[in-house]
Design a protein around this ligand. Structure first.
Ligand code: 3H9
Length: 719
């Protein structure tokens, strides 16, 4: 064999190991970390299948994944290369037809996850055995694409059109038992969860089916409804759900079109339709944005000066100081992760109130079927209420969540320094105060860090981890790892006013108010941003959060405002009228007893009157200007933050906005979106706004520089 061929054969043998057990060939895919169908894997599987077919001692074949999972899908990194070369390559369709045409029965053994191309591979096999804790799914829409290797054609043949349309359009994972009930899995390997146990169960199953003729999924049709009208109705209903749940996205609708094609067309024609739709989606901005978001969520865990090997403190127990809305939510987060947590208050009544809220949150979850009463009881039992610091000594991490007052926080941290063991992490949930100043009041500033949870803490995925000047690498590493354990996306940020998220949100909200003061209607501002994809319009968000919070902060920081620079005034006036938002059932809008929003024309009229008094010209404002004013305000501030080093990378800012501020995932985050628009265009618009609206719109130096150099935020690396 020539040297090159020999090397290739060796590589393939490493990607897919071949073994034999009682006449069953076992093919183990070994492509860490998640056995993705990366370069060479399909070829290696094909070669191993051929070897098994040629081996007269082999009666059937098992395909299994090495390590903790089956195949988690195609290699997502390859999509960027395809986009860059405008070439999707041959794809995996022919490979999977080859698997399906294997002359001997092929049993796919699934543990961990069979996602995307992984499930497509599994469905091209003749049988599927799975551990009970395995999950299957077609999550491609979460990457802005659709299954591209027959998933939309084989899944309806196994699970029916309705289930396939749902799985392919929403992308949610399905547990093995559910998949079994729907015909996707043929056998559950009860009691096994790891590769070795599953392998034994799959080999036994393969021996049972070895004598049966192969059963090709593509030739099955019993689950495809005979009547086209039924399928059309199912797909129409699926489209309604997808439009509602994944607003503004193309891929979910394309996925349903492809599933519908499976029901209408012969298999080969259906495959061709799937391919067309896959290619259309792959070359969309939606897909580049969602893939950016996928890798971003993983990238943020990588801190250049805090390598993986940095020692971390083990976290076995926690304490939360303050049982208000945030403190109670944070205690639930620890309990939900199985970590026992003390919940401290200084007054019995406040402690009782906090516990009652937690209890009612758990009761609601049980009522909604999210988990059982027993599970809720177990979580509740992990929360220990207390009125003193006496039992704080052994805890590994404390999160302070008391009222936003520096004096009070300093008091708490002084107490924590006194009672906590020397290596405990001391975290503050402050959203506005300086971590350095808080740390300065302790005897161990290296152990002090910010953990800025978002409300409701037990629901929102974002956690800003705020690094102070003295915070040690060990403390940073511990908190970043803890955030993953708590089910949060931890993003490391620097200690500036508002940190990253709120610092950027400030100019965004400011512009929303200015727009109303200049004549846009309250509803028009909210509608334009909602249609851009934001979870809620900025004025509705303000009503939800409480207008009085911003009012109080503005009053405290008035001395920092630059004279002569325009400030919004309408929200302060609303507060002076006692309109604090949803909590007083009146703010920008009015609210009924069920907190349903009702437009309030009186307020629009009032704001118009106040604005005229202040000499602010009233004019028609387009929804494009509304979006640009608000989103470019985010981008401009984001550029400053990046330049000043308070965020490590542009993708960190995007991840914050996608997970904590309702920024639409299919736009990739504000910085990514600006890169897509083109920084030159963004910069020119910012300059226009500066000419018209003054100093608030002074362009960030970094934005100007990158625009002039023809670069993107993604190119930027802080030297
Ligand atoms: C597809 O299949 C299209 C098909 O229709 C075929 C068309 C032709 N590729 O998440 P983790 C990396 S589309 C490349 O932290 P976990 C990830 O970046 C695909 N890399 O672990 C990370 O790298 P790093 C459909 C991947 O245990 C490392 O693996 N499939 C891929 O918390 C560990 O990941 C999906 O969408 C991949 N497919 O969760 C599944 N997957 O360490 C996407 C992961 O350098 N993946 N990586 O940061 C997942 O949902 C989760 O990774 C999984 C494991 C649940 C599997």
């Amino acid at each position: 064999m020539p040297r090159f061929e020999g090397h290739r054969a060796q590589l393939m043998a490493e990607l897919v190991r071949y073994a034999k057990e009682d006449g069953i060939a076992v093919l183990t895919i070994d492509n860490p970390p998640v056995n993705a169908l990366g370069p060479g894997v399909a070829e290696a599987i094909t070669a191993a299948l051929s070897r098994a077919e040629d081996d007269i001692d082999v009666r059937a074949i098992v395909v299994i994944g090495a390590g903790k999972t089956f195949v988690a899908g195609a290699d997502i990194k390859e999509f960027a290369k395809m986009r860059a070369s405008r070439d999707c390559g041959p794809g995996h369709t022919a490979f999977l037809l080859r698997v399906e045409d294997c002359a001997k029965p092929v049993v796919m053994a699934i543990h961990g996850t069979a996602f995307g191309g992984g499930l497509e591979l599994a469905m091209a096999g003749h049988y599927r055995v799975a551990t009970t804790d395995a999950q299957v799914g077609q999550p491609e829409v979460k990457l802005g694409i659709i299954p591209g290797a027959g998933g939309t054609q084989r899944l309806p043949r196994l699970a029916g059109v309705a289930r396939a349309a749902e799985m392919c359009s929403l992308g949610e994972p399905v547990k093995a038992r559910d998949a079994f009930d729907h015909g996707i899995i043929d056998k559950l390997a009860d009691g096994s969860s790891g590769e070795a146990e599953l392998r034994a169960a799959a080999v036994a199953f393969a021996s049972e089916v070895a004598r049966q003729p192969v059963r090709k999924t593509r030739e099955r049709s019993e689950k495809l409804n005979a009547a086209d009208a039924d399928n059309a109705a199912i797909c129409a209903a699926a489209r309604d759900v997808a439009r509602r749940k994944l607003r503004g996205r193309r891929a979910p609708l394309a996925a349903i079109d492809a599933v519908e094609a499976a029901a209408k067309l012969p298999f080969e024609k259906g495959l061709a339709r799937e391919r067309e739709l896959f290619v259309e989606c792959l070359f969309s901005d939606e897909s580049s944005a969602l893939i950016h978001a996928f890798f971003g969520e993983r990238e943020v865990a990588k801190i250049p000066d805090v390598p993986k090997e940095t020692p971390m403190r083990p976290i076995h127990s926690a304490a939360v100081v303050g049982a208000g809305t945030m403190g109670g939510g944070i205690a639930m987060v620890f309990a939900n992760a199985g970590i026992p947590v003390l919940l401290k208050e200084s007054e019995q009544a406040a402690l009782d109130r906090g516990l009652a809220t937690i209890r009612s949150n758990y009761a609601n979850s049980v009522k909604r079927g999210r988990f059982t009463q027993e599970y809720a009881d177990q979580r509740m039992a992990l929360i220990t209420p207390t009125m003193s610091y006496d039992n704080f000594t052994p805890v590994d991490v404390v999160v302070e969540a008391v009222f936003e007052s520096m004096a009070l926080k300093k008091e708490v941290f002084a107490e924590l320094s006194r009672v906590c063991k020397p290596d405990a992490v001391l975290a503050s949930n402050t959203s506005t105060l300086s971590i350095d100043e808080i740390a300065g009041g302790t005897t161990r500033p290296e152990a002090v860090i910010g953990t800025h949870f978002f409300s409701p803490a037990n629901v929102m995925r974002l956690l800003e981890v705020v690094r102070g000047a003295a915070t040690s690498k060990e403390t940073v590493a511990t908190c970043m790892q803890l955030s993953k354990r708590l089910g949060k996306v931890g993003v490391l940020v620097g200690n500036c006013r508002g940190f990253v998220g709120n610092r950027m949100f400030h100019p965004y909200r400011r512009e929303a108010q200015f727009l109303v003061e200049e004549g846009a209607s309250i509803e028009a501002v909210d509608r334009a941003l909602f249609e851009f994809g934001m979870a809620m319009g900025p004025l509705s968000v303000a009503d939800l959060a409480g207008l009085d919070i911003g009012w109080r902060i503005r009053k405290e920081h008035r001395h920092l405002e630059k004279p002569g620079v325009r400030q919004p005034f309408a929200e302060d006036r609303l507060c002076e009228m006692g309109r604090y938002g949803q909590k007083t059932r009146a703010g920008w809008y009015r609210y009924d007893e069920q907190r349903r929003q009702i437009p309030d024309p009186e307020i629009a009229e009032l704001v118009r009157g106040w604005s005229r008094e202040k000499g602010i010209e009233q004019r028609e404002i387009s929804s494009q200007e509304i979006v640009e004013r608000c989103i470019y305000a985010l981008v401009n501030e984001g550029a400053r933050i990046l330049d000043e080093g308070f965020a490590l990378r542009a993708v960190d800012i995007d991840t914050i906005y996608l997970n904590g501020y309702g920024f639409p995932a299919h736009r990739g985050g504000p910085m990514f979106w600006a890169d897509l628009v083109g920084l030159k265009q963004v910069y020119e618009r910012v300059c226009d706004f500066e000419r018209t609206h003054g100093e608030n719109w002074r362009s960030a130096t970094l934005l100007r520089r990158l625009a002039e150099e023809g670069k993107t935020f993604a190119d930027f690396k802080k030297s």
